[in-house]
Write a protein that binds this ligand. Structure first.
Ligand code: ACO
Length: 446
């Protein structure tokens, strides 16, 4: 019998060489038994490598397409319990942060690990406000996009291009350098997002107004026309700020995993976060809020809901904004967004799609198909209705998600860069293709 080695114990973080809990595995191919340490409810996949059928066997792999059951890092940023519907940033419940905090304070919390003191918050806010401008050349290349380019595509391209404006950002092991890129990314993301919007509208780009708060300044860059000073409605600015808080982080989701994987190569954070934006662009992730509104428009009226639900149950389509890889309960962010809807609609008037959405949610939650699969509304089910009420076209919805998620991507990137256990991300594969074929000249191929 092969028992746990000291090396395996050290890997598992056991200083005295004894793991509290172990997994005993018997390999039916060889009859060998192995003791694999269990730490924090996990085994190390590398511990499986010792399980071999012969000396020259590579060793057992863990096969996990889409990383359904693989922890890729240790993280102290976001806690999520999908069964109970719990979400905490650095230990603080999302409900309390949404009610009492601001997006910039939450960004500080995610990045630094603690809530700031009043002085720390003032400095952080000042730094972010004074880095909101982008180089004039950035304007020129955004102008180079087609008039109808998707704003998410423009955001993705322009954030990636920022790395060429800050070539020193590749000094990722210098803490002072990381700190300034962190500020720049949070500060400039809304500016680039708003420029993309104005480009689609054929309107002149609006420079940031550093007298305004983060969300209010963003609204100004979207909507300011001839007025000397744009004054955002405080209720709309607050609702937008809450949406940024709700989207700020969500542990190892698709786009964050992309940021970490790309960043693990040692590339600068602008390039890594451009990869995060690309991942968020997809309809199964940040593009879902856009798809929800398209779906509601297609349903058109409450009377058509039963037909639509029948189509979903028959597998002809999905109920967008429902379901989540991790939440098997009501997404706590969806609850808070429903409240933000009321605040926004008080100012803008009710979005007529709200009635259809509310009825759709009610009917779906009473249907066995959704209940048995634990499909509940996720953060995207109602957020699109708010963005639409704020006057944004659907193509801007994933862009809004990206602005909020920027602080989370950076916090996760910072954690990854400083984690001594991390290396370049490089999964294994199970090869299923041909082997040892001889090249056939073109003339001889059938
Ligand atoms: N509508 C109808 N059926 C659904 C839905 C849905 N929205 N989501 C899942 N299901 C069904 C699947 O068909 C499957 O049924 P089956 O067991 O009979 O085959 C079962 O529920 C499990 O679904 P999976 O696709 O295996 O779940 P997974 O964890 O892979 O997918 C996802 C999660 C992508 C979010 C999915 O629920 C979905 O497509 N939802 C709609 C898109 C959406 O709202 N995305 C936003 C996610 S939140 C975010 O990114 C911020």
């Amino acid at each position: 019998m092969t028992t746990k080695t000291e090396a395996a114990a050290a890997l598992a973080g056991d200083t005295d060489g004894k793991a509290e809990d172990t997994l005993r595995i018997t390999d039916s191919r060889t009859g060998e038994t192995y003791e694999i340490p269990i730490v924090d409810g996990a085994i190390r996949s590398l511990d499986l490598r010792q399980i071999k059928t012969s000396e020259d066997d590579f060793g057992l792999l863990a096969y996990d397409p889409a990383f359904m059951n693989t922890a890729s890092c240790r993280s102290a940023i976001t806690y999520l319990d999908g069964d109970l519907g719990v979400l905490e940033y650095r230990g603080y419940p999302i409900e309390q942060l949404a009610e009492h905090s601001t997006y910039l304070e939450v960004a500080y919390l995610l990045v630094h690990g603690e809530l700031p003191t009043a002085a720390e918050l003032a400095t952080w806010t000042h730094e972010i406000k004074t880095h909101t401008f982008v180089h004039e050349n950035v304007k020129s290349f955004i102008q180079g996009f087609r008039h109808d380019a998707h704003p998410m595509g423009m955001l993705l391209g322009s954030i990636g291009a920022l790395s060429t404006f800050y070539p020193d950002a590749n000094q990722i092991h210098d803490p002072a350098n990381r700190a300034i890129q962190t500020i720049r990314l949070i500060a400039k993301m809304p500016t680039l997002a708003a420029f993309s919007y104005r480009h689609n509208m054929g309107q002149p780009y609006v420079y940031p107004d550093n007298d305004l708060e983060y969300a209010g300044n963003f609204l100004g860059m979207l909507y300011k026309m001839t007025e000397l000073k744009y004054q955002p409605d405080p209720r709309l600015a607050k609702a937008l700020d809450v949406l940024f808080i709700l989207h700020a982080d969500h542990e190892q989701n698709c786009s964050t995993s992309a940021v970490r994987a790309i960043g693990s190569s040692g590339v600068d954070p602008y390039s890594a976060i451009a990869g995060g934006i690309a991942a968020l662009y997809g309809p199964s992730h940040g593009g879902a809020n856009e798809e929800v509104v398209r779906m509601l428009l297609r349903i058109g009226s409450k009377e058509n809901i039963p037909d639509f639900i029948a189509g979903v149950k028959a597998g002809r389509e999905r109920l967008m904004g429902f379901g989540h890889r991790v939440y098997k309960n009501y997404d706590p962010r969806a609850r808070i967004i429903k409240k933000a809807c009321d605040d926004v609609f008080e100012v803008t008037g009710v979005n007529p799609l709200l009635d259809i959405a509310t009825e759709l949610e009610k009917i779906a939650l009473g249907e066995e198909y959704f209940v048995s699969r634990s499909l509940y509304p996720n953060v995207d089910f109602y957020s699109g209705l708010i963005y639409q009420a704020l006057g944004m076209p659907m193509a801007m919805f994933p862009v809004m998600f990206a602005i909020g998620r920027t602080s989370g991507w950076i916090a996760q990137w910072l954690e990854m860069v400083q984690d001594s256990e991390q290396k370049i991300a490089r999964p294994r594969q199970i090869y299923t293709g041909e082997r040892n074929r001889d090249y056939v000249p073109l003339a001889e191929r059938g």
